[in-house]
Design a protein around this ligand. Structure first.
Ligand code: GLU
Length: 464
């Protein structure tokens, strides 16, 4: 890309469902092109399909873009508010001879079709000279000859002569079809580069033909590689987790999400993995976007999220983590203090923030299932619990270091290892066999609470 030419790009989602990770990648790449070239990004809402569109999905688009940390420079414009403009361009095409009215029903088209002929419309009404009327759609008159789409990512893609039917521009209701609407908008908003999902490649020759018929400059097109799942099947909302909102709720953060999405199709040309958004602006080029399907690997996304969480300052981590445990923290009078103390202990232990409630909940609210916990105890554990409780009661300073020293001494006197001794203590203190570092957790809980929890489990386990 030539850095001195400001690109005008657009992101044009249809509000028909939750904001998809593929859409997130599309806006990201557009945004990067706009920022890198000193150009601008238009947000367009492709909302002409009244039956499938919902206002809440439109809000979801704005929310997702904001959450990702991206923005737009112009718009949002709504296609639904520009229907008359699309109709007017369609009539222009009619007057230029590039379109004609057609009254063929789907059934009539099917009936005429000889076996083995290509699917699509046969051009029956091309020269019938029909005028506008009920039940008549306006079709584009596709000229003879191949259509060549020059794609920034795929190179030249040739659509052979005859492979594109005379497609509909306006339905008989005069509702414009989306290929027309998109071309009109791309012209009116002076779009220089169209970067969008690969699924739109088949309609691109139609867009090129409309541009040519209107004698308007053709924007550069780039079709981004399809996202596939582990089975190499196109990501689908029925099979795969695709909603950006789901990832947000699971406790993924926008920065690693952006970082991961950037690498889904683009490669930096070296081994570098971690990029902040401003670094991506610098490094990103369309030349390094490939066309092979990109595997959306949740495990790799998790790796990015985990690494990002670990890289935050303790204060920044506490800030992003807080909403995920706010309702738990509120259950305890010293909840905020405890949270601030435990946060750095768990920062490097989680992949997503939604793991936190199960991991640190015992600090704020403790209601263990003793029947289940007792099943995990080994024969010696019950005696250990009593010894540990007694030893901890004597501690003068209930700090992490003193707790550890004390437990080492107890382990030695019982001729067991600290590790073996820790297992029943952890169950008593946290209610679970794994969790955050034990000694610091105990120090945060305080002496009384630790002793009470140890004694409670001891009583249940020894049937006292
Ligand atoms: N509205 C289309 C979509 O959501 C995008 C069309 C385009 O970018 O040209 O898939």
């Amino acid at each position: 890309m030539h850095p001195s030419r400001p690109e005008k790009v657009r992101f044009a989602p249809s509000p028909t469902g939750f904001f998809h990770v593929g859409s997130a990648r599309t806006i990201l790449y557009n945004w990067l092109v706009a920022r890198k070239s000193g150009g601008s990004l238009l947000l367009r809402i492709d909302d002409t399909d009244a039956e499938r569109n919902r206002e809440e999905w439109v809000d979801g688009i704005y929310r997702a873009i904001q959450w990702l940390g991206l923005d737009w420079d112009e718009g949002p414009i709504r296609q639904s508010s520009r229907i008359e403009q699309y109709q007017s361009v369609a009539f222009d095409l009619l007057h230029k001879g590039a379109a004609y009215w057609c009254d063929c029903t789907r059934e009539a088209i099917e009936e005429r079709k000889a076996p083995g002929t290509p699917p699509g419309y046969d051009g029956f009404c091309r020269d019938r000279g029909l005028g506008q009327g009920p039940g008549r759609a306006l079709r584009f008159r596709v000229p003879d000859g191949p259509v060549i789409v020059s794609d920034l990512i795929r190179g030249e893609v040739t659509f052979p002569s005859g492979s594109i039917e005379d497609f509909v521009l306006l339905k008989s209701s005069l509702a414009p079809l989306y290929v027309l609407a998109n071309v009109v908008d791309d012209i009116d908003f002076a779009i220089t580069t169209v970067l969008r999902a690969e699924e739109h490649l088949p309609t691109t020759p139609k867009a090129v033909l409309i541009h040519q018929a209107l004698a308007s400059p053709i924007p550069r097109f780039g079709h981004l590689p399809v996202l596939v799942n582990e089975q190499r099947r196109k990501l689908s909302k029925r099979r795969d987790r695709v909603a950006v909102e789901d990832y947000r709720q699971l406790g993924y953060l926008p920065e690693p999400m952006i970082n991961y999405l950037a690498l889904l199709g683009w490669n930096p040309g070296d081994d570098r993995e971690f990029f902040a958004l401003d670094e991506l602006v610098h490094a990103f080029t369309l030349e390094r976007v490939g066309h092979s399907p990109a595997f959306f690997d949740e495990q790799r996304l998790l790796h990015f999220n985990k690494s990002y969480l670990a890289s935050l300052s303790p204060a920044a981590f506490a800030t992003v983590a807080h909403p995920f445990v706010a309702s738990l923290i509120a259950l305890h009078a010293e909840g905020e203090e405890r949270f601030v103390q435990i946060a750095p202990e768990v920062q490097t232990r989680i992949g997503t923030l939604s793991e936190l409630p199960a991991m640190i909940g015992f600090l704020f609210h403790f209601d263990p299932n003793y029947q289940e916990i007792v099943k995990r105890l080994r024969a010696d554990d019950i005696g250990y619990l009593a010894r540990v409780s007694a030893a901890l009661q004597d501690l003068e300073h209930f700090t992490e270091e003193e707790i550890e020293t004390c437990l080492r001494d107890v382990a030695a006197s019982l001729a067991t290892s600290l590790r073996k001794l820790q297992a029943p203590i952890r169950l008593a203190i946290t209610g679970a066999p794994v969790g955050p570092p034990l000694f610091s957790s105990m120090a945060i809980l305080g002496q009384d609470e630790c002793v009470t929890r140890l004694d409670s489990l001891y009583r249940v386990a020894s049937n006292e």
